[in-house]
Write a protein that binds this ligand. Structure first.
Ligand code: PLP
Length: 456
C-alpha cells in the first residue's frame, strides 16, 4: 500500500536512511513508526501494541518507561547538562558511575573509561591494547582475535572484529591484523560423534593453531561476547571458556569480554563473565548500562592494563583518546540511577525467577517441525528455523523464512528480531513478568504454526 503524501512514512522515505536496512525495500515498504512505549510494550502509529521480545536492540532492560530515569535525566540537565572529562575535568555522575562499575565488576578492575556506544567501547579497547603494548615495550604484539559470527560493533575496528559478512562486504573490512577463530556453535560446527566437550577442545586447539601460525609474540588480545548475540545467540559448549582461556594465558594474550548484551543480568548473573567463568583483562559494556534511555558505554581495565596505559600517557604527556561525550553527565546520571534500580529490584534475582519459564518455552519450541535448534541462558535465547531437522539443513536464504515468521509474529503482537541463518532471538526487557513471558511464547508458537501451514 502506498503511504499517503506527507504522511510520516512518506517523509521518512524521502529523507531518512536507516541502519541495518535494505534501502530499496524500505523505499518500497516504508518504516514501522513507533510512537510510544510502556513496560515491555511499544505502540506503532496505527495504535497497535507489541511486546518487544528483544528489548529494542537487546538493550531496554527496564522496558520502555521509567519515571525515575526521567527524573534523573531532568535533574542532571538542570544542574549540569554538559561537562567533559578531558584534561582531568570530572563531575559527580562520572565519579559515581566509575565507582559503581569498578565495585560491581566480575573480576578486580582498576578503572572505568566512558564512551557512547558499544562500538566505541570496543574500538577504545582495541586502541588501549595497542597503546598498552607499545607502552610496555612490545610493539610487535598487536594482532587481535575474535570469532566468526561474533558481533562487536560497526566502527572501523569493531566492525573488523565482528565476524559477519554483511559488516565486511563492500566496506573493505576487516582491517589488517584482525583474525576470526572458530564459532563455538556445537549445533552447526560439532562433528558427528563429537561430544560438546570434545568440540570445545577442538575450538581451543583451532585458537592455539591460529596463535602459533601468526606468532604468539604478535598476538595481543582476543575479544569475546560471553553469549554471542547478533551472530545467532550462540551459547558456547561446556568447558569452552576454560579451555580457550588456558590457551590465551599460555601465550600472554589479553582477554576482552564484550558484555554489551550480556552485562547487568541478561544471562542470569550480573555479568556473562560470571555465568561462564571468564576472567577478562578488559570489559566493555553498554546497552543495559543505562537501560538505553541515553547513550553511554564503558570500558573497564584491570590494574595490569591500567599501569601500562598510565605510564604511556605520562611519557607522551596525554592519553590521546576520548570523545567529547565520554562520561556525559546526563547519560552517566541515568546510568547511575539504572544501576541503583537494578540493585533495589534485585535484577539478577528477577531474571533467575522468570528465565526458566522463557527457557522452558524455547525448549518446547524445539519439538516444532520448523525448529532445528533451540538455545539460550537466562533471558537470552534463540530458535533456528530449518527445512530439514534431521539433516540440520537451513532454508534457502532467498526464501526469507525468518522474515515471514517475523511478520506473523507482528500479527500476534510481537516485535521479533531475526538472526543470520533464519534464527529468531529472544532477549526481552529484563523486567518482563511471567505472564508476559507466556504471552510472548504463545505468540511465537502461533506464528510458527501458521508458517508451517503456509509452507505445506
Ligand atoms: N557488542 C555487542 C555484543 C553488541 O551486541 C553490540 C550491538 O548490538 C555492540 C557491541 C555495538 O554496540 P553499538 O550498536 O552501541 O555500537
Amino acid at each position: 500500500m502506498t503511504p499517503p503524501r506527507n504522511s510520516s512514512a512518506t517523509r521518512d522515505i524521502a529523507t531518512a536512511m536507516h541502519p541495518y536496512t535494505d534501502a530499496r525495500a524500505h523505499e518500497a515498504n516504508g518504516p514501522m513508526i513507533i510512537t510510544r512505549g510502556e513496560g515491555v510494550r511499544v505502540w506503532d502509529d496505527q495504535g497497535r501494541s507489541y511486546i518487544d521480545t528483544v528489548a529494542g536492540l537487546w538493550c531496554a532492560a527496564l522496558g520502555f518507561s521509567n519515571e525515575r530515569l526521567v527524573q534523573a535525566a531532568t535533574a542532571q540537565m538542570r544542574k549540569l547538562p554538559f561537562y567533559h572529562a578531558f584534561t582531568s575535568k570530572s563531575h559527580e555522575p562520572l565519579i559515581d558511575l566509575s565507582e559503581m562499575l569498578v565495585e560491581r565488576a566480575p573480576v578486580p578492575m582498576s578503572k572505568a573509561f566512558f564512551c557512547n556506544s558499544g562500538s566505541e567501547a570496543n574500538d577504545t579497547a582495541v586502541k588501549m591494547i595497542w597503546y598498552y603494548n607499545n607502552a610496555v615495550g612490545r610493539p610487535q604484539k598487536k594482532k587481535i582475535i575474535s570469532r566468526v559470527k561474533g558481533y562487536h560493533g560497526v566502527t572501523v575496528a569493531s566492525a573488523s572484529l565482528t565476524g559477519l559478512p554483511a559488516n565486511h562486504k563492500l566496506f573493505d573490512l576487516p582491517i589488517a591484523g584482525v583474525f576470526h577463530t572458530t564459532t563455538p556453535h556445537y549445533y552447526h560446527e560439532g562433528r558427528p560423534g563429537e561430544s560438546e566437550e570434545e568440540f570445545a577442545t577442538r575450538c581451543a586447539s583451532d585458537l592455539e593453531e591460529l596463535i602459533l601460525r601468526e606468532g604468539p609474540e604478535t598476538v595481543a588480545a582476543m575479544f569475546m561476547e560471553p553469549v554471542m548475540g547478533a551472530g545467532g545467540v550462540i551459547v558456547p559448549p561446556k568447558t569452552y571458556y576454560e579451555k580457550i582461556q588456558a590457551v590465551l594465558k599460555k601465550y600472554d594474550v589479553l582477554i576482552v569480554a564484550d558484555e554489551v548484551i550480556c552485562g547487568f543480568g541478561r544471562t542470569g548473573e550480573y555479568w556473562g563473565c560470571t555465568t561462564f567463568g571468564i576472567e577478562p583483562d578488559i570489559l566493555t559494556c553498554a546497552k543495559a548500562l543505562s537501560s538505553s534511555f541515553l547513550p553511554i558505554s564503558g570500558v573497564l581495565v584491570n590494574d595490569k592494563v591500567y599501569q601500562g596505559l598510565a605510564d604511556g600517557s605520562h611519557t607522551i604527556g596525554t592519553f590521546g583518546h576520548g570523545y567529547t561525550y565520554s562520561g556525559h553527565p546526563v547519560s552517566a546520571a541515568v546510568a547511575v540511577e539504572t544501576l541503583k534500580i537494578y540493585d533495589e529490584m534485585d535484577i539478577v534475582g528477577h531474571v533467575k525467577k522468570v528465565a526458566p519459564l522463557m527457557q522452558a518455552g524455547i525448549q518446547k519450541l524445539a519439538s516444532h517441525p520448523l525448529v532445528g535448534d533451540a538455545r539460550g541462558v537466562g533471558l537470552i535465547g534463540a530458535i533456528e528455523l530449518v527445512e530439514d531437522k534431521a539433516a540440520k539443513k537451513n532454508f534457502d536464504p532467498a526464501r526469507k523464512i525468518a522474515a515471514r515468521a517475523q511478520k506473523l509474529c507482528e500479527a500476534e503482537g510481537l516485535i521479533m528480531r531475526i538472526l543470520p541463518g533464519d534464527g529468531i532471538a529472544f532477549s526481552p526487557p529484563l523486567v518482563i513478568n511471567e505472564e508476559e513471558v507466556a504471552l510472548m511464547m504463545n505468540g511465537v508458537t502461533n506464528a510458527l504454526d501458521k508458517l508451517a501451514v503456509e509452507l505445506r
